[in-house]
Design a protein. Structure first.
Length: 257
């Protein structure tokens, strides 16, 4: 009888352990602001998984990649991981905010909320593990201390060869073709050849504005650049007004896209 009780307790403990690790995602509230605050306080990275119930590759990743014990451990210990359902209103808005066009899409941000990786394909546990470990570096995991007495400044970092702040030909075509009544507008406020410069600029934007700030990797003449965007507007007029504010009050040039 004692042996049976011990075995039952062991199985119960094992089952409880497995259930506790069945998902690496902390919740499904899709609270990006909360994820950023948690990451900055704990010095963790942020991991977003965009998915939908009808997405077969997404289901495959849930059953394989995100069920892998090593992946679960890495995401739980080193990342703040959120699963974004694009069929929900909040998820659809976040999809537009980060310009997600394909499923599955995985986004990785450092602890300051700056995007450092975009994956737009199905990945196996081995490949995702390599990606997660590659970004799991001290430079991407900083505990952020906010000082109430720090006066925000808007000193844009300079570069020896700054990239031009204009739309690529592909972006211009996509912008013109997209239905205006379905578009979410944002303002491109900087293009940088060095990630460090973009990072400093984003920190200043976050100090000055409450609007969402995002960065996207792109290529210009076979060279990687970092495009910085601010805001998310449903109406073109709203975006134009904010552009005017940036120019008159902050002496910042911007492009509405």
């Amino acid at each position: 009888m004692l042996r049976f009780v011990l075995i039952s307790l062991l199985l119960t403990g094992l089952l409880t352990s497995l259930i506790a690790k069945e998902s690496p995602f902390i919740n499904n509230t899709m609270d990006i602001k909360g994820a950023k605050e948690k990451a900055s306080l704990e010095g963790k990275l942020i991991f977003l998984d965009f998915h939908a119930k009808w997405c077969t590759p997404c289901t495959w990743m849930d059953q394989t990649t995100f069920a892998d014990e090593q992946i679960i451990n890495i995401l739980q210990e080193e990342y703040v991981a959120l699963k974004i359902d694009i069929d929900q209103k909040e998820g659809f808005e976040i999809k537009n905010q980060f310009d997600v066009k394909y499923l599955p899409t995985l986004l990785i941000f450092n602890s300051e909320g700056i995007m450092i990786e975009r994956i737009e394909k199905t990945v196996t546990p081995r490949i995702l593990k390599e990606i997660l470990l590659r970004h799991n570096e001290p430079v991407n995991k900083k505990v952020i201390s906010h000082s109430a007495n720090t006066a925000p400044t808007m000193q844009v970092p300079t570069e020896s060869n700054p990239a031009e702040m204009k739309l690529s030909p592909e972006e211009e075509i996509a912008f013109q073709k997209e239905p205006k009544n379905q578009k979410v507008y944002k303002l491109q406020v900087g293009v940088f050849e060095k990630y460090e410069s973009a990072e400093i600029f984003i920190q200043k934007l976050n100090q000055l504005f409450t609007e969402p700030v995002t960065v996207r990797n792109d290529f210009i003449q076979q060279k990687i650049v970092f495009r910085v965007f601010i805001g998310q507007f449903d109406e073109l007029e709203e975006a134009q007004k904010f552009k005017d504010i940036l120019k008159t009050e902050n002496q910042m040039d911007a492009i509405v896209i």
